[in-house]
Ligand binder design. Sequence first.
Ligand SMILES: N[C@@H](CCC(=O)N[C@@H](CS)C(=O)NCC(=O)O)C(=O)O
Length: 211
Amino acid sequence: MSGAARGTHSMKLYFSPTSPFARIVHIAALEKEVVDQIEFIPAREPGAGLDRLNPLDKIPTLITDDGETLIESRLIALYIDGLGTPRLYPADPAARRRVLQQEAIILGVMDAAGLRRQEARREDSEQSAWWIGRQMLKFQRGLDKIENELDSFTANDTIVPLELCVALEYIDRFQASIPEFEWRAKHPKMAAWQARYRETPSVAATRPPGD
Ligand SMILES: N[C@@H](CCC(=O)N[C@@H](CS)C(=O)NCC(=O)O)C(=O)O
């Protein structure tokens, strides 16, 4: 990392405490022990100006110590991992591809859950059963694949099990209002794994208020 002394903020992370994508970046920073080099900027407060930095106006957005703006949680997590010896995304090409593929499934499940949830915020008459059905198929198929390959998803000390925990907690957060988000009955291996893994320090330390 170029020239940052421990304890001084050389990067800026635009975040929100309830964003699961920002939480992944926060976890990566804790795992890589660079969190004290990051200034956390609440992006949704008036005057934060995220829209001037990121044309998509999305959280998370990182400004590196060189002043580069990075958008998308996985790009930012990759950058943070690269500040030391890569571990969250292994250097070996085949292992790295597997991590990126497993990450794509987990983030895809989280995207589908987010889109389903947004639909629930519309008036009943404006909700599309077709769109909800599409998202819930992605959600169910994605979780089924993870359940079937859980040993591979959780075997290594990479970003994958950490992201899986974030995705499952995000789903749990909305289960009371969206009953089809119930996932434990059909995915017992994952439920047992989550009950153990959720107290991993970086996961516990970044849990949103109220969860
Ligand atoms: N694919 C993006 C998703 C980021 C995302 O959707 N962030 C949400 C908050 S959880 C956001 O900023 N939404 C505001 C918007 O879409 O206008 C990533 O991985 O960073």
